[in-house]
Structure formats: structure tokens, C-alpha cells
Ligand binder design. Structure first.
Ligand SMILES: Nc1nc2c(ncn2[C@@H]2O[C@H](COP(=O)(O)OP(=O)(O)O)[C@@H](O)[C@H]2O)c(=O)[nH]1
Ligand SMILES: [Mg+2]
Length: 171
């Protein structure tokens, strides 16, 4: 079994104002508003458990506004995190079109953000869960203002990526 550090690039995509930069700030600085422009790459070391083992990984984090049709911006990414704002109407067609264009080898998930505004929500689990299932992606309900919600998403993404690494080693 190979040990050592894993370096994974993860890319946040989604409409402007869905909260991508805020989530990235939460991950990298554990604060709401990061002192960064939202451009360029940020790094974050994460520890996570894989079975009984503790593992270390480093995430290289990219943010892209919109749904890039040009796959070049996604090159090298291990995971694509599609951020949606629960206070906005969900756009299933746009998002499933994007998902169908993404390489099946990548881990893709929907990150439904701003759940602290649950009572203003126009998009919620009854719509998101069946969508995620149908499109074979995972779903995380988060708020960039709630540290735990973002942390557990990152832990799960790391675990999913680890499962993919292990799968590759077996085959
Ligand atoms: N209430 C609430 N507001 C949020 C949350 N995440 C982001 N925002 C706000 O949504 C707006 C857009 O956030 P930003 O991170 O710049 O979105 P981006 O354009 O996708 O990078 C800002 O005013 C944020 O403060 C959240 O979880 N809850
Ligand atoms: Mg941004």
C-alpha cells in the first residue's frame, strides 16, 4: 500500500454569487471573507480518516465563475464541486448539461450553499436529492458561515478521492 501525501486539485464552479469564494475562504482561512481576490490557486492541507488510517492530503483549490464548457480549465482537477445557492431557483438542465460534459473519472458533487437561509430557500432536498441521484453525483448541504458544514464536506470529498485512488491500485 502506497503511503505519503496526496495532492488533489479541486475546482469550484457555479453561478456568480452562489458563495464559491466564501466557501474557499472557509476552507483555507476558516473565515468568511478571505483576503484573496478569488483568482489563482489556494492550498489547504487536510487530515482525514480512511478506514482506520489517518491520511494527509493537500488540496489545491481553484474557483471558476459559471459552467466552463471548455474542459481546459478543469484539467488536472480530481474533483469538481458545483456550488448552487439554495435561495435561488435551481437550474437542473444547465447543471446536468455541465455534468454530462465532465470526464467520468472526476469526482463531481453538488454543494448547496447558504443553508443558514433555509427559510428563504427556493431549492431544497426534495429537488436536489433526486437530481444528485439521477446524475450520479454526491450532494452536500453547507453554509460558508458554518465551519462544521464545510469541514465535513471537505472530509467526505477527501475520502471519496481516496476510494478512487485505492480502486485504481487494485485494478
Ligand atoms: N447567508 C449566507 N450568505 C452567503 C453564504 N455564502 C456566501 N454568502 C454571501 O453571498 C455573496 C456571494 O458570495 P461569494 O463568495 O462572493 O460568491 P461567488 O461569486 O460564488 O464567489 C456574498 O455576499 C456572501 O457574503 C452563506 O453560506 N450564507
Ligand atoms: Mg468568487
Amino acid at each position: 500500500m502506497m503511503s505519503g501525501r496526496f495532492i488533489w486539485k479541486i475546482t469550484f464552479v457555479g453561478e456568480p454569487d452562489t458563495g464559491k469564494s466564501s466557501i474557499v475562504s472557509r476552507i483555507v482561512f476558516d473565515s468568511e471573507v478571505g483576503n484573496f481576490s478569488g483568482k489563482g490557486l489556494l492550498r489547504k492541507k487536510v487530515s482525514f480518516s480512511s478506514g482506520n488510517e489517518k491520511k494527509q492530503a493537500e488540496f489545491i483549490i481553484q474557483e471558476v465563475d459559471g459552467f466552463p464548457s471548455d474542459n481546459k480549465v478543469l484539467i488536472g482537477s480530481a474533483a469538481i464541486l458545483i456550488v448552487v445557492d439554495v435561495t435561488k431557483k435551481f437550474q437542473p438542465d444547465k447543471i446536468s448539461r455541465f455534468i454530462s460534459g465532465v470526464d467520468k473519472k472526476l469526482e463531481v458533487c453538488i454543494v448547496a450553499n447558504k443553508i443558514d437561509l433555509k427559510y428563504e430557500a427556493l431549492t431544497w432536498l426534495e429537488e436536489l436529492e433526486p437530481f444528485a441521484k439521477k446524475n450520479h453525483v454526491s450532494l452536500y448541504m453547507v453554509s460558508s458561515r458554518v465551519s462544521d458544514s464545510v469541514n465535513s464536506m471537505i472530509q467526505e470529498v477527501a475520502q471519496k478521492l481516496m476510494v478512487r485512488v485505492n480502486g485504481k491500485q487494485k485494478s
